[in-house]
Design a protein around this ligand. Structure first.
Ligand code: K1U
Ligand code: ZN
Length: 172
């Protein structure tokens, strides 16, 4: 089932999310719904607070090549274990901030630990778009948006545009 994606500004997008204690069928269903919502958007990642659930769960699939097999990835309680000194700049977007983009500098490589959909502990290294996206999604779990990495003036400008967009959508 596709879920509605919250739009910034929304207080739920600023909250630190709670760790998932036990994997349940309900949480697995939420992960499946989030993947469906992400592919439909379309996007390359989604975090639970973006669908109004304040739990530490993210999904991602950064395979972009035409015809390549998809790699739906579900991470409960993801944790960054190590980051590279080398950084990468990427023009990021966010499904909670449609049509707004900004350059964000982040570590180019990260090592992440998480619990997968089947409840198994996993650890892996990520680079390229996967590294950017997993950091963007983990930021969401800590109440941080990509615009929080931008200069205050740019952040205010984007937030004003979003307030206007939400007002227009509410009227329609
Ligand atoms: O968290 C989100 O809001 C999803 C976001 C993830 C993200 C994008 C760019 C850099 C870091 C993280 C998106 O998926 S925005 C949409 C997007 O980037 C995209 C959509 C279709 C094809 C390719 C990319
Ligand atoms: Zn986002």
């Amino acid at each position: 089932m596709k879920r509605d994606i919250l739009l910034h500004p929304d207080p739920r997008l600023k909250k630190v999310c709670a760790p998932v204690a036990d994997l349940s069928d309900e949480l697995r269903r939420l992960a499946d719904d989030m993947l469906e919502t992400m592919y439909d958007a379309p996007g390359i990642g989604l975090a639970a607070p973006q669908v109004g659930v304040l739990s530490r769960l993210i999904v991602l699939d950064c395979v972009k090549e035409e015809g390549a097999a998809p790699r739906p990835t579900v991470m409960f309680n993801p944790e960054v274990l190590a980051v590279s000194e080398k950084t990468n700049v990427y023009e990021e977007g966010c499904l909670s901030i449609p049509e707004q983009f900004g350059e964000v500098t982040r570590p180019a490589e990260v090592e992440v630990a998480w619990i997968d959909r089947e409840g198994r502990a996993q650890t892996a290294g990520f680079d390229g778009l996967w590294a950017t996206c997993v950091q963007h999604e983990i930021d969401h779990l800590n109440g941080k948006l990509f615009i929080d990495h931008l200069k205050p003036l740019r952040r205010q400008m984007i937030t004003r545009k979003m307030v206007k967009l939400k007002r227009e959508r509410a009227r329609a």
